[in-house]
Design a protein around this ligand. Structure first.
Ligand code: ADP
Ligand code: MG
Ligand code: MG
Length: 896
């Protein structure tokens, strides 16, 4: 079995599609080598080896030592240097790399191979002692942290991590000498620091920093493998839902140095702008720097070209200006990689003494608006086809275009607290919190918080997710906070350098303005501006995004599933039509009985007899008719499904004394009667009680009134030549008899209205399928019903036997312990509830082959559920207006 794959000298044993075995980084490094790009040579140890190592309790297979030996010799030949050689030593990096990128989660150790013995050789060869000691102090810092403390589990003596303690020593030297940047440290400063570092490591960790190159190499390899099961990596995988059994690969690679002087540099770049999708190279770089200096937020990174400039680096040199020839090389590589991968790439590069080296490429993360623009641009330029363009955009990414923004009018008047880099678009309002733990705690209670930090690290991810937005004082557009927020489409501002955080006093200071933890702020992530207090947020108009409109027309061409919306008002209906809804799948009529109308409704409930009820219903009729007319007009000739009254009547009665008193005086009755009525309507299991069609069966006059209101509105529309086709939907049918009973009442009203108005109109009567029994007898129900609509909220509730309103006590635990893989109220449970839907669909269509079937539960806007509905042959899904665009794209994906 081969555990090690070589790359270098224009040829690699791996390829991009060997991602699973070599990890994303290793596979793409191999691909770049095969493409003839300048990549330092090296070899990849496989993910399988990682899994074996961790399974065997940190032991390697016997054959491994020999295999590494052979590959190391081959690397030495190519590099024309020997590992551990005192005259001209080869140094290597030891880099992690799993299948999917896990930004900053796992470890990398640079400059491996520097020892007391190899240092003089390095100095003689480079004539640059400052550089050598800079590399050495980085090695000691990384190694003691990653290998000794984290992997070997050595506890630091006084609790503070070795990384922090060494960092403090560095800061102290800078402070003493009045330096601002690391680059100002002299050779002597660094040499002394290295010696002091080693003493500190011994003192804090009780073990020597190893002075043997092979010990360093194996130590680093083992540490990377172990970091797969590190706390941060585990937490990240849980949030991102990545499996634990992938393992990470390790890449051992010849070092190139971006820190040898001002002809050297290091940087990161995207082949297109990941925030806007603009077709320009975008990125950041630093002269005389190594490794993660650019992303670590230690120095303000420079812009790679004019277009990438921000306020923070507008006066600093660009790579294009400082090293035009190398910038051109990078542009050529950009072209090559995009043509090859046919997607936007995220690159890491290093320049050593005016020579460019590529260290990494991968498909770059982007936010929603950028994803849409890139996909459409690439399809238009012929780089990809339209189907690929559609698949490139995740349905959730469309949602980002629907995000609220800070009201521009309010913004003009508001007081600016500060400005940073616009790392994640949209607006957000929240209370300041200063720790990830607190953000998680409050965020999970549904409170709106904004996580404010100097910078974020992978340890903060659990608090970043539930926060409304993230704000940092350090770091650039490629910092951890920016990357993570971009992936989630979250509002984010980074590098707000005017902001100072005092963790002890729990304050955040902008100039002379002092805010406390818990104070409200508003962020405009599109512009990077922070405001005090709560500004209004306004909804955005996705239709102003040109490529979005194009993508949606492509989606509409390929999808076969129709998209309707759930809307109870003409305004919602109109909004949904603007988002592309093709009809209404659910109008909940009970929402129309609140507000002023509640009194007529209560009067109806309190009525002693049918005459009393009818009198109250006569008051409701014109109001209902008006509602329906409004909705019909907003929808034009599109189909509209209206559900008859569904909730139990007690929901309309007041339950406390005060309110009952008020009702008694208004309805001219006694409190006692009201209390008695409320009492009599109280049920043990209201969701399984007197509701849905059971109401209309016991009180047929309610059904009659609602049907009449619908048909009178329809007749009025037809009279104005708006040919609406109302679909009257009977809720909660479990037996054929119930449906027959209700249908007769509805048909009778339709006939009466047509007769009275002298107008014939079309309509349909159908039912919601939301009781498991209805799925099973769907063939019988379909003899009468002209359409079905799966009410998956109730169907899920009744199939699982989970009360939707009470599931909060146990469902989160079920999800946490993986007793349930996902929340069945969010995404259709395909194996159970889905099976009932399949049965209902099949049986319904055995009776009525063209039976129109849709879904109107919350699941209608969930991409996975949309896919499922398409796969079982439903005609449409219905979702809330703001999810219509998401459902359109999800339906296109389902069809592809
Ligand atoms: P991550 O997965 O966290 O990005 P990497 O393995 O890419 O970790 O390493 C981080 C950084 O270290 C790289 O961006 C690069 O700047 C530097 N680095 C890694 N390998 C080398 C190398 N062989 N020569 C020079 N720098 C390197
Ligand atoms: Mg890393
Ligand atoms: Mg990297």
């Amino acid at each position: 079995q081969q555990y090690v794959y070589f790359f270098g000298g224009g040829m690699a044993q791996g390829r991009a599609d060997m991602n699973n075995l070599l990890g994303g980084k290793g596979a793409n490094i191999a691909e770049m080598v095969n493409l003839g790009l300048p990549v330092p040579p090296g070899f990849t140890l496989t993910t399988e080896l990682c899994n074996e190592f961790n399974k065997r309790n940190r032991e390697y297979p016997k054959s491994l030592e020999k295999e590494v030996e052979v590959n190391l010799r081959r690397l030495e030949e190519l590099a024309k240097k020997k590992f551990g050689d005192p005259v001209d030593p080869l140094l290597v990096s030891v880099r992690s790399g799993a299948r999917a990128s896990m930004p900053g989660m796992m470890e990398t150790v640079l400059n491996v191979g520097l020892t007391e013995e190899t240092i003089p050789g390095m100095i003689a060869k480079t004539q640059n002692p400052r550089f050598v000691y800079d590399a050495y102090r980085r090695l000691i810092a990384m190694y003691s942290d990653v290998v000794m403390e984290k992997a070997e589990g050595i506890e630091p003596e006084d609790g503070d991590s070795i990384r922090n303690q060494l960092e403090h020593m560095l800061e102290a030297v800078k402070k003493k000498n009045g330096y601002v940047n690391d680059t100002e440290l002299s050779e002597d400063d660094l040499k002394e620091l290295c010696a002091a570092y080693k003493v500190k490591v011994k003192e804090v960790l009780g073990a020597e920093f190893p002075d043997d190159p092979m010990k360093q190499l194996w130590g680093a390899i083992g540490a990377v493998f172990l970091s797969w099961n590190g706390k941060r990596a585990l937490a990240y995988r849980r949030i991102e839902n990545l499996p634990d059994d992938w393992g990470t690969a390790v890449n051992v690679q010849a070092m190139v140095f971006g820190n040898t002087g001002d002809k050297s540099a290091t940087g990161v770049a995207f082949t297109r702008n990941p925030a806007t999708g603009d077709n320009n190279l975008y990125g950041e770089w630093l002269i005389n720097a190594q490794g993660e200096d650019v992303v670590a937020g230690i120095r303000t990174p420079y812009a790679i070209n004019k277009l990438a400039k921000t306020d923070a680096n507008k006066d600093l040199p660009t790579l294009e200006e400082a090293m035009p020839k190398l910038y051109q090389d990078l542009m050529d590589i950009r072209e090559k990689l995009e043509t090859h991968y046919r997607d936007m790439q995220d690159l890491e590069f290093t320049i050593e003494d005016n020579v460019l080296y590529m260290l990494q490429t991968r498909v770059g993360k982007r936010n929603g608006p950028a994803a849409i623009k890139m996909a459409v641009d690439m399809a238009k330029s012929g780089l990809i086809d339209k189907d690929t363009a559609l698949k490139r955009v995740k349905p959730e990414q469309v949602e980002e275009l629907l995000h609220p923004m800070v009201d521009p009018e309010a913004e003009k008047l508001a007081e600016k607290l500060g400005k940073g880099l616009p790392a994640g678009p949209g607006g957000a309002i929240g209370k300041i919190v200063l720790t990830a733990d607190k953000a998680m705690e409050l965020g999970e209670q549904g409170r709106r918080v904004i996580l404010v930090r100097e910078e974020t690290s992978p340890e903060d991810v659990h608090g970043m997710k539930p926060a409304q937005a993230i704000l940092t004082s350090k770091g650039g557009m490629t910092s951890h906070a920016a990357l993570v927020a971009r992936g989630w489409g979250k509002c984010c501002i980074v590098g707000c350098s005017a902001m100072e955080i005092d963790m002890k006093a729990k304050t955040v200071t902008f100039g002379d303005k002092v805010l406390k933890e818990g104070d409200w702020i508003t962020m405009n992530g599109t512009k990077g501006v922070i405001y005090e207090g709560q500004l209004d947020l306004v909804e955005v108009d996705p239709l102003s995004h040109k490529e979005y409109r194009t993508l949606m027309t492509w989606a509409d061409k390929v999808r076969t599933l129709k998209i309707r919306t759930n809307a109870d008002t003409p305004e919602d209906a109109a909004a949904a039509v603007a988002f592309g809804a093709q009809g209404i799948g659910l109008t909940r009529t009970e929402h129309m009985f609140f507000g002023d109308r509640i009194w007529a409704m209560r009067e109806m409930i309190m009525a002693e007899d049918i005459e009393g009820r009818k009198a109250a219903l006569r008051k409701l009729l014109p109001m209902q008719r008006q509602d329906f007319t409004g909705i019909f007009k907003a929808m034009g000739s599109r189909p509209v499904t209206i559900r008859l009254l569904d909730p139990p009547l007690h929901e309309f009665l007041p339950h406390d004394d005060e309110a009952q008193k008020e009702m008694a005086s208004l309805l001219n009755t006694t409190e006692k009667r009201i209390a008695a009525k409320a009492e009599s309507l109280t049920e043990f299991n209201p969701m399984l009680g007197h509701r849905g069609c059971r109401l209309g069966t016991i009180f047929p006059e309610i059904t009659a009134m609602q049907a009449r209101a619908i048909f009178e509105a329809a007749a009025d529309c037809w009279a104005e030549d708006i040919k609406v086709k109302p679909e009257v939907m009977v809720p909660l049918v479990g037996t054929v008899g119930e449906f027959e009973n209700q249908k007769a009442i509805i048909d009778q009203q339709a006939a009466k209205v047509m007769d009275e108005k002298g107008i014939t109109f079309k309509y349909m009567v159908g039912t919601m399928i939301e009781i498991p029994r209805a799925c099973l007898i769907a063939d019988q129900i379909a003899q009468q019903a002209e359409f079905f609509s799966f009410g998956t909220n109730d169907l899920t509730q009744m199939t699982f036997g989970y009360s939707r309103d009470d599931a909060g006590t146990f469902l989160p635990h079920y999800l946490e312990r993986k007793i349930l893989a996902h929340d069945p109220f969010q995404s259709v449970d395909q194996t159970g509830v889905g099976e009932l839907m399949k049965i209902g669909t099949e049986r319904g269509r055995t009776t009525r082959p063209k039976l129109k079937i849709g879904i109107c539960g919350e699941h209608g806007g969930d991409p996975k559920s949309v896919w499922f509905c398409d796969s079982i042959g439903l005609d449409y899904v219905s979702c809330s207006p703001y999810r219509v665009p998401i459902a359109r794209l999800a339906a296109a994906h389902a069809a592809l």
